[in-house]
Design a protein around this ligand. Structure first.
Ligand code: SF4
Length: 239
């Protein structure tokens, strides 16, 4: 994506609400590979969800527009967010995340199964580095770059923001890149579970966490206690 001729950043910069941003986001077709994958997955479906009408589009951010904490994941799962249309909703990563948010008082319920399930987030807004489900859960660098204008504008529109929790090293990297694109000098920060960095005067802090993927949670790399520590730390930082 050649930034010089890319009209999207200027269009998004004029928007005044997250709702407006999400209206544009859900029609996005900038990444041909991801458009094809998200739509093919929505057509072919997983057998267990054959009665679902998959969302099959970019998955918008979700949560409290007055949030003090912004959570940045990697990308929607093919049969999770790409099915339900809500980020982290309907897969095991989401179960792990929303359970932890509930225990820390950031969510009104510990489970999240579909967009009408009554889940309300308090003081937390969730986005991702790429908004369309990628093959093998791996967006390319170009796709992350193409999607970053949405993240940049979420950062701008979350007016009460005090901190960012990045889930996984790719989310951690893309947040740093977003701030550099905003003209902030961010040194190369080292990823580590619980690593916490100030980004500068008047800017939110950035905390890294292992991603609550099954690969991490089912191998014990990320335990419930380790993840709860992240949210307790975030709670303490904004209190
Ligand atoms: S990943 Fe982002 S930029 Fe690419 S098509 Fe999806 S919403 Fe658009």
């Amino acid at each position: 994506m050649n930034d010089t001729h890319d009209p999207l950043p200027a269009l998004l910069d004029r928007l005044e609400t997250l709702d407006k941003l999400n209206e544009i986001l859900i029609d996005c077709r900038r990444c041909p590979r991801l458009v094809e994958w998200r739509e093919e997955t929505a057509r072919s479906k997983r057998r267990a969800y054959r009665d679902w009408e998959y969302w099959g589009r970019p998955v918008p951010g979700f949560g409290d527009p007055g949030a003090r904490i912004f959570v940045v994941g990697l990308a929607p799962a093919a049969h999770g967010g790409n099915r339900t249309g809500r980020v982290f909703t309907g897969d095991m990563s989401g179960d792990f995340l929303f359970g932890a948010l509930y225990r820390a008082g950031f969510a009104n319920q510990p489970v999240s199964t579909h967009r009408g399930d009554g889940l309300v987030l308090r003081d937390v807004y969730i986005g991702a580095g790429a908004r369309c489900a990628p093959p093998d859960n791996k967006p390319t660098r170009e796709e992350m770059d193409a999607c970053r204008p949405y993240l940049l504008n979420e950062l701008r529109l979350l007016k009460n923001l005090q901190g960012i929790v990045a889930l996984g090293s790719i989310g951690f990297e893309t947040v740093q890149t977003a701030f550099r694109q905003r003209g902030v000098t961010v040194p190369r920060l080292k990823f580590g579970h619980g690593a916490l960095y100030p980004l500068g005067e008047g800017l939110p802090w950035l905390m890294a966490s292992y991603h609550p993927s099954q690969q991490n949670t089912q191998t014990g790399r990320l335990t419930t206690a380790m993840f709860d520590n992240i949210w307790q730390k975030a709670r303490d930082l904004i209190s």
